[in-house]
Design a protein around this ligand. Structure first.
Ligand SMILES: Cc1ncc(COP(=O)(O)O)c(C=O)c1O
Length: 375
């Protein structure tokens, strides 16, 4: 075994927004080889699709769950490139890097897009959205990131959904890092398409994204996709005809995901998971405050998924050293993604518990001492 093998074998705790620390039983569920046409596999896929709709408080046939191979971005691009018709227009509400990524998709697919961009520590202005929709009849779809993982800010999805539906537009919500940890009622929030992925708050392993869609809006996607592999309608139609994927599915990842859904139920559902994440987050924030770190977002804007911390101003602080010392101790944190401020991020989702947060705070304290950084 060489050095890098040893490095990989060492167990690390992931304080990131995904891939996350997962439980042994979920990893074990991925140890079975099953053919993609096996009836057992087809029935598991069907179960997963139903269970996902249940989590969003909706049911088929009014809503449908479509699984798309690839990471979360593939699912979002599938919606953006399939749902907006040739004569359509997107209003993209942005307050972070993931919102900006949606505009990038629109540009690549030559989809007309109006951007309503806010500071990364600012909530969207509801009146401005209302006015824009009133004055732009060409807009057909509105996109919003629920938890903007760039900072951890939580956008008011239900309030914006009400405005969007009041103007008869379709509402696309990137709930990548929040679905499974926040109760989101698709119907009540007037969401036409919600996207998340296997390796976020359901706590599975990476390999696919899923789209929960209002059936009427999904049916409108027929024959308007701009790509073959990310054609949302055809993917859904394929799954509906014989339960099979059009192209090779991530079989083991889906088996692990079904086990992850069992674990979510055993934990007590979204409510209980949200409580654990909230407690993790409160402990993280108070521990980091005690060490002297400053939090980028004010309390009222912060969710409980991921937090952004300002770099300490002490001259001995370098994020690269801080990251690699912590990594060697077995704690993986995450770099910042803010456009104007130097921050790093710590996630508290996945199989992380009180004891893990305590250990992380202790490791950060030791790291600061080793780096001779005083805050
Ligand atoms: C809000 C949000 N959108 C999109 C993505 C992209 O997902 P992926 O990296 O799985 O493609 C992420 C990833 O963390 C995210 O947090």
């Amino acid at each position: 075994m060489n050095n890098s093998d040893l490095q990989i074998k060492k167990v690390k705790l992931l304080f990131t927004p995904g891939p996350l620390t997962t439980s042994t039983s979920i990893k074990e569920a991925a140890l079975t080889d099953l053919g993609s046409r096996d009836s057992a596999f087809i029935s598991i896929v069907q179960q997963i699709r139903e269970r996902l709709l249940n989590l969003a408080h909706v049911k088929a046939p009014e809503y449908e769950a479509v699984i798309m191979q690839g990471s979360g971005t593939f699912g979002i691009e599938s919606v953006i490139s399939s749902a907006i018709p040739a004569n359509g227009m997107l209003l993209n509400i942005i307050n972070g890097a993931y919102g900006r990524r949606i505009s990038q998709m629109a540009r690549i697919h030559s989809i007309p897009c109006i951007e309503l961009e806010y500071e990364e520590n600012q909530l969207p202005d509801l009146l401005e959205i209302e006015l824009l929709l009133k004055n732009n009849s060409r807009i057909t779809h509105v996109a919003l990131v629920h938890c903007e993982t760039t900072t951890g800010i939580i956008n008011p999805v239900t309030q914006i959904g009400e405005i969007v539906s009041g103007h008869n537009k379709a509402f696309i919500v990137d709930a990548m890092s929040s679905f499974g940890a926040y109760e989101i009622d698709l119907k009540n929030s007037n969401i036409s398409f919600l996207i998340s992925s296997s390796n976020k708050c359901i706590e599975g392993i990476p390999g696919f994204s899923f789209v929960l869609a209002n059936r009427i809006e999904l049916e409108k996607c027929k024959n308007q996709a701009r790509t073959l592999s990310l054609d949302l309608f055809d993917q859904w139609a394929g799954l509906n005809v014989n339960g099979q994927f059009r192209f090779t599915p991530p079989v083991q990842v889906l088996l692990a995901f079904n086990a992850a859904l069992d674990e979510l139920v055993n934990e007590g559902g979204i409510k209980a998971r949200a409580k654990r994440y909230q407690e993790n987050n409160s402990l993280l924030i108070s521990g980091m405050r005690k060490l002297g770190f400053k939090i980028y977002l004010p309390n009222e804007l912060r969710g409980y998924i991921i937090s952004s911390f300002l770099y300490p101003t002490h001259p001995n602080f370098s994020f690269e050293s801080f990251y690699s010392i912590l990594n060697d101790k077995g704690f993986v944190i995450y770099p910042g993604k803010l456009s104007k401020v130097d921050c790093f991020r710590i996630g508290n989702i996945g199989q992380l518990f009180f004891i893990d947060i305590h250990m992380l705070i202790d490791a950060i304290e030791e790291t600061l001492i080793e780096m001779q950084v005083k805050i």
